[in-house]
Design a protein around this ligand. Structure first.
Ligand SMILES: [Zn+2]
Ligand SMILES: [Zn+2]
Length: 241
């Protein structure tokens, strides 16, 4: 130390009340291979948990997953609910298995109710919502954002800065749409893109996005690079979900 230097101003004394930043929510993704029509659909089951309390939900249990069950047991999590982003088979097959195992209810949007009960497993939801809103499961608060298009009952789940996008928004792509007698596939696509622009791209760029298939992304990346959303004439990757 240079002795000619004036004495450093004393550092402020340590305070007794330290602001404790809230613990981040935890997301763990468990890919499962759902087989249908001789094809493999690799779907992402998402486990969302508050490490501070152990409260947790399972999003889109496409298939029974021993890895998911092991993670829940290892972290001693309390599963509070099962949530479906939409009613397609590759997102709901283990609804009943997980419902019985954790003794919780399955939640989904009413507009997708016709998809349930068509498969071997009794996978019907217990709670159907009609509107958007906030769900509370212990310490977890989850906003439901309804963006029809991929299906009429497709929703996003937003928990703090984590967004679960089902088959509506992927890394640099959006979900495929189908005509359903009331609207053409093209009309459903326009509805989907409008919903994403209004409700999703208006979220902060740092919000992380966990899709039902493929790798995670974030809002900033999708705003800049998703060819279906930027309007730039780059071809989108084909999407088959
Ligand atoms: Zn789907
Ligand atoms: Zn899917």
């Amino acid at each position: 130390m240079n002795p000619r230097q004036p004495p450093a101003t004393p550092r402020s004394a340590p305070t007794t009340t330290r602001s404790i930043s809230p613990q981040r929510l935890l997301v763990q993704t468990f890919p499962v291979d759902v087989m249908r029509w001789g094809r493999r659909f690799r779907e992402n089951i998402q486990l969302l948990a508050d490490p501070a309390t152990g409260d947790a939900v399972i999003i889109d249990p496409g298939l029974e997953s021993p890895a998911l069950e092991a993670a829940i047991a290892r972290r001693n999590l309390k599963i509070r609910a099962i949530l479906n982003t939409h009613g397609h088979f590759d997102h709901i097959e283990a609804n009943d298995h997980d419902r019985r195992r954790y003794k919780v209810k399955v939640h989904a949007h009413r507009a997708d109710r016709h998809f349930y009960g068509k498969t071997k497993a009794p996978n019907k939801p217990d709670v159907l919502w009609d509107a958007e809103g906030e769900l509370t499961f212990g310490s977890l608060k989850i906003r439901v954002l309804h963006v029809p298009g991929h299906s009429r009952g497709s929703v996003f789940f937003l928990a703090r800065d984590l967004l679960f996008s089902g088959d509506t928004l992927f890394l640099e792509n959006v979900g495929m749409t189908h005509g359903d007698g009331r609207a053409t596939s093209g009309q459903m696509m326009r509805l989907q893109l409008e919903g994403i622009r209004k409700k999703i791209l208006t979220l902060p760029p740092s919000v992380r996005v966990f899709p039902g298939h493929g790798p995670p992304t974030d809002i900033g990346h999708e705003k800049a690079h998703n060819p279906r959303l930027t309007g730039k004439r780059r071809r989108a990757r084909p999407v088959t979900y």
